[in-house]
Design a protein around this ligand. Structure first.
Ligand SMILES: [Zn+2]
Ligand SMILES: [Zn+2]
Length: 369
């Protein structure tokens, strides 16, 4: 194996990243080395690529250079001497949140909100490379029936699954309003459909993404940036006047929060996933939560590993087809095109998947055409 590899490296605290030849990662005894088959661009990567104030505070310019990326599928090529359950040749993805396994959350089944969380591609080198290193504890064995371009996006798909199902998985036969039309909102539409939500409202802005939402199974499309329809009244009219049983906020805008709490029925569940652009952000606490008897569920990460089992089953069974959300495929070397497409507004992309290996890229293109 050559000791050098190509990688997308964040080198400067400014827009962009560089395509560089770097040393192959050295694994520690509890880690495995993975040859990347597919890796996808997340909103987090876009923040880092742009180097916005969040990146400057969270990563810090003193920690550059760093390899970007965390959503991944690949093959294990080497294992550390303490690794017990993962073997060379295994086809894996990675839970990108690496928990400490010592804090109260970790010890009580809430590892996804660990107090000392380390995130792949944020706190350490990531997966936009030919190879990456990851602890055995967060390796996820993929089903071979799931192609790399789908296996790579299981991490955000897990977020969507957790957002849709909440803590009680009580969604069958219910109505759900999903606010936002980014990739995780579009995945949520598909998961909601597969899990038996019977009336799905998708509130978004962009035709390209709303069309994907329709193909993923949304029953109603409502435009957040048009006033031809009274969105609140529309949802009331289509839920027997009660409002939606469940609202997923995946936008975080003041309008999304305002309308989201208004269309939530009494006793319903409001799932807070969108990150508000300003914090603190105002909400109608009395009417939106207290008098409604609403449950509010914040989502940060995915239940480990509950959502991974569900996601694998939904994908491997073919029940959930996420192909409409995978809007662009590029070779890893073309990462700049991938980021440009992600940053373009009006939005004309959902999920962008990158391939370090030419052969994997060609096979994926053939599958998706
Ligand atoms: Zn991600
Ligand atoms: Zn912890």
């Amino acid at each position: 194996m050559s000791e050098k590899m190509q990688a997308v490296v964040k080198t400067q605290p400014a827009l962009g990243a560089e395509w560089l030849s770097v040393d192959l990662p050295r694994i520690s005894p509890d880690q495995v080395l993975v040859k990347v088959k597919a890796t996808s661009i997340c909103g987090t990567d876009v923040h880092i690529y742009k180097w916005d104030p969040w990146s400057d505070g969270r990563i810090g310019r003193e920690n550059l250079p760093q390899i970007l990326g965390h959503e991944v599928a690949g093959e294990v090529v080497e294992v550390g001497n303490q690794v017990r359950t993962v073997k060379v040749g295994d086809y894996i993805s990675a839970e990108t949140h690496i928990p400490c396994r010592r804090c109260i959350q970790c010890l009580t089944g809430q590892e996804h909100i660990c107090a000392n969380l380390s995130i792949l591609g944020v706190d350490c080198d990531g997966a936009f490379a030919e190879y990456f290193a990851i602890p055995e504890s967060v390796c996820w064995l993929n089903d071979k029936a799931i192609p790399p371009e789908f296996a790579s996006v299981q991490e955000p798909l897990g977020n969507a699954t957790y957002a849709v199902l909440g803590e009680d998985n009580d969604v069958a036969g219910k109505s759900m309003a999903i606010i936002g039309d980014g990739p995780i909102a579009l995945f949520s539409v598909g998961v909601a459909r597969v899990c038996g939500v019977t009336n799905i409202f998708l509130v978004g802005k962009y035709d390209f993404n709303m069309d994907i939402g329709k193909r993923m199974g949304a029953d109603h499309l409502l435009y957040a940036n048009r006033d031809d329809v009274d969105r609140i009244q529309y949802i009331m009219d289509h839920t027997y006047g009660y409002g939606a049983d469940i609202v997923l906020d995946m936008a975080g805008s003041p309008q999304a929060l305002d309308e989201g709490f208004k269309v939530l029925r009494k006793g319903g569940r409001f799932t807070a996933f969108g990150v508000a652009s300003v914090s603190p952000t105002p909400i109608d606490y009395n009417n939106g939560i207290v008098f409604k008897g609403a449950q509010v569920h914040g989502i940060n990460g995915r239940r480990m590993f509950d959502t991974w089992f569900r996601v694998r089953n939904m994908l491997a069974s073919g029940r959930l087809n996420i192909a409409p959300v995978i809007s662009h495929l590029y070779s890893l070397k073309e990462y700049e095109r991938g980021f440009e497409v992600m940053m373009e507004r009006p939005r004309k992309s959902a999920k962008v998947v990158l391939f370090p290996d030419r052969g994997e890229y060609e096979k994926a293109k053939a599958r998706m055409s």
